[in-house]
Every structure is written in C-alpha cells, then in structure tokens.
Design a protein around this ligand. Structure first.
Ligand SMILES: Nc1ncnc2c1ncn2[C@@H]1O[C@H](COP(=O)(O)OP(=O)(O)O)[C@@H](O)[C@H]1O
Ligand SMILES: O=C(O)C1=C[C@@H](OP(=O)(O)O)[C@@H](O)[C@H](O)C1
Ligand SMILES: [Mg+2]
Length: 172
C-alpha cells in the first residue's frame, strides 16, 4: 500500500470497524478522525456538538484531517460528515486512495439505532426519516472515491478482503 487509505461513507456504514481490520491486515497505523478529536479535546462527540455546535466540530475535523494527512503509511477513517467540506474532499483525493463504504437504508438504521454516540441522529422513532434526510442532503458528496464497497449483509472480513484486492490490482 502506498501512502494513505481513507475510508469515507455515511454514518453506520462501518468505516471505523472496517478500518481497524484493514490496518491490522495491512500492518499499518490506524487513525480515526473522531477518536483523535475526542482524545485531543478530552470530550466525547455529543458533548462537543452540544456545547460548541456543529460548525465548531467541523473546524476541529478539518484541522485533524489536515494533520493526519501528513502520516504514512496509514489507514485513516473519517466521520460521515467529513465530505461536507470541499477542502477535505480535495485533501483526501490528493493525498491517498479513497474507499467509499455504503449500506442499505435498513441496514444503516439497524446499525446506528444501537448507538447513542451520534448527535445528528435521534434515538426515537424519527431515526429513519432523519437518516433518509441526511442521505439525501449528502448525495453525491462521496462520489469522488476511487472505489465503492457495499457492506450490506457482509462480514468485516469479506469487506476487508475486497478492499485489499482493489488496492493490489490498482498498484499492478
Ligand atoms: N459489516 C457489518 N455487519 C454488521 N455490523 C456492522 C458491520 N460493520 C459495522 N457494523 C456495526 O455497525 C455499527 C456502526 O459501525 P461503525 O464502524 O461505527 O460505522 P461508522 O464508523 O461508519 O459510523 C457498529 O455497531 C458496528 O459493530
Ligand atoms: O455524519 C456525520 O456528520 C457524523 C458522523 C460521525 O462519525 P461516523 O460516520 O463514524 O458515525 C461523527 O463524526 C459525528 O457524529 C458526525
Ligand atoms: Mg466511525
């Protein structure tokens, strides 16, 4: 693997989970923008959103991505909203390979429904409608990726193997 591999995609598509398996398999360092922000700020994501607002979180996210884009070789997993910034999209495109993870609406709702850690999503009955709304608002923003991998009904191992296969055929 050369340089960096970024994982992008909507919340719940498995970026953080797949990234861990991928970095272990490739034997490179793993950085998750959310985890790095939480560590640097000493506050969980919901607290950052509640106390400082989304715009403040987006600025922390941009600074963190810029810093992580200096490290190599590495797998870098991102938050679902990182693509809202054109500068972030450009930075990832220029500094590594980018994989877009997807999943069906049903699967996303199932996966994120078990987690209280995403401040943009309600934990009540409004969850599905909110996911649909955000998917629509972000339509097209993930399309700059080199590859798209559907994770619906698939094991982490099979998703990881597909990504490694993509990487090795592109470097031939
Ligand atoms: N391929 C998969 N099949 C089943 N569950 C998955 C899969 N990938 C991730 N998950 C689960 O979905 C939830 C969200 O995964 P996560 O890696 O945090 O996604 P993201 O970082 O894209 O938001 C977690 O509970 C995780 O264990
Ligand atoms: O889509 C988003 O705007 C967000 C996604 C989250 O990361 P995951 O995609 O890893 O859940 C996290 O960065 C924050 O809650 C905002
Ligand atoms: Mg994540």
């Amino acid at each position: 693997m050369k340089r960096r591999l970024y994982l992008i995609g909507f919340m719940g598509t498995g970026k953080t989970t797949v990234g861990q398996a991928l970095a272990a398999e490739l034997g490179v360092d793993l950085y998750d923008t959310d985890a790095e922000i939480v560590q640097a700020q000493g506050s969980p994501i919901p607290e950052l959103f509640a106390e400082r607002g989304e715009a403040y979180f987006r600025s922390l996210e941009h600074v963190m991505l810029t810093e992580l884009a200096q490290r190599e070789p590495a797998v870098i997993t991102t938050g679902g909203g990182v693509v809202l910034s054109e500068a972030n999209r450009e930075l990832m495109k220029q500094s590594g390979d980018v994989v877009h993870l997807t999943a069906s609406l049903d699967e996303i709702v199932r996966r994120v429904g078990q987690d209280e850690n995403r401040p943009l999503l309600p934990s009540d009955t409004g969850l599905r409608a909110r996911v649909e709304e955000l998917l629509e608002a972000r339509k097209g923003l993930y399309d700059f990726a080199n590859w798209t991998v559907d994770t619906t009904d698939r094991s982490i191992q099979s998703i990881t193997a597909e990504i490694i296969q993509n990487l090795s055929s592109s470097s031939r």
